[in-house]
Write a protein that binds this ligand. Structure first.
Ligand SMILES: Nc1ncnc2c1ncn2[C@@H]1O[C@H](COP(=O)(O)OP(=O)(O)O)[C@@H](O)[C@H]1O
Ligand SMILES: [Mg+2]
Ligand SMILES: [Zn+2]
Length: 278
């Protein structure tokens, strides 16, 4: 308290918090940060992010899922989170809660009209992502999993700048075209000095529900070849399963619904490998 000349106490205003400092403070409570990326859209980044987050939470880790796909946020729908984020007593935003151990943040949870298109340029996206980190009360986390849009644009770049200790998982499908894009993601990570934990090959094969035979829809072995060529670890090959689409669209946990499915086993194995490597 300062005394004004007339003797009336004037409360000193606390200085405006510095957004970079706030982001740093949030990050200091998060042990591991993992960005899921790919050169191409539709390869399954969001599905992998969601299922990995669920697997890690299942293993007893406290997990946050941050959706930095500003133009195409998919995480709330995939997790069946329909509410809005609201400010708490500390003037921070509480993340959306999926389960005891899994929370999530997305631009969609800040929009009153979910169908509004977000038309933002680079600096605004940078600011939004910094807020996702600094203005959200993540609390103590073992893992923050970051779902990004395809390519190597503003969003992954912001993550790389804001979270220098983030590590990457690159998702691909087995086709040659998809693998050409992987090489771009690998080069991006090299340029911004993000360590790559490994490659995930998604939609590797389709297991015939009638005879159990594995059918390679998009070729085979591509992920293995690229991993080998790039000196990366292949973390797993997730089979194609139409139930992943169904559950993602319905906002329910695929792994809970299909606990014995081959893809559930692979998600668990990838989560184990990551927890060993981090
Ligand atoms: N292993 C899989 N088997 C079947 N469908 C999948 C699989 N992985 C993802 N999908 C589906 O493919 C579509 C694109 O996946 P998504 O995770 O949104 O990709 P991205 O985030 O890379 O754009 C979604 O409809 C999703 O349900
Ligand atoms: Mg996505
Ligand atoms: Zn068959």
């Amino acid at each position: 308290m300062k005394n004004a000349p007339n003797g009336v106490g004037i409360k000193e205003q606390p200085p405006e918090p510095n957004p970079d400092e706030q982001a740093k403070q949030s990050l200091s409570k998060i042990k591991n940060k993992i960005i899921v990326m790919s050169g191409k859209g539709g390869v399954g980044k969001s599905s992998v992010s969601v299922n990995l987050a669920i697997s890690m939470a299942e293993k007893g880790f406290d997990v946050g899922l941050m959706d930095v796909d500003i133009h195409g946020p998919d995480i709330p729908r995939m997790l069946g989170l329909t509410g809005m984020m609201a400010a708490n007593a500390n003037k921070k935003l509480d993340p959306m809660r999926f389960s005891d151990r899994l929370t999530a943040v997305s631009i969609e949870s800040l929009m009153t009209n979910k169908d509004d298109a977000v038309i933002w340029r680079g600096p605004m996206k940078h600011g939004a992502i910094r807020q996702f980190v600094g203005d959200v009360e993540w609390g103590n986390l073992d893992y923050l999993i970051i779902d990004s849009p395809p390519g190597t644009g503003d969003e992954p770049l912001t993550v790389a700048q804001l979270i220098p200790d983030a590590r990457a998982i690159i998702v691909t499908t087995p086709q040659e075209v998809a693998l050409a894009d992987v090489r771009k993601s690998i080069n991006f990570c090299k340029t911004v000095k993000i360590e790559i934990l490994g490659l995930v090959e998604n939609m590797s094969s389709y297991i015939c529900p009638h005879c159990g035979e594995a059918v390679d829809l998009f070729g085979s072995g591509g992920g293995e070849r690229t991993a080998l060529l790039a000196g990366l670890k292949l973390l797993g090959r997730i089979p194609f399963d139409p139930n992943i689409v169904k559950c993602g669209d319905a906002g329910i946990s695929y792994q809970e619904q299909y606990a014995d499915a081959p893809a559930t086993r692979v998600f668990g194995e990838i989560a184990s490998q990551i927890s060993c490597a981090t």
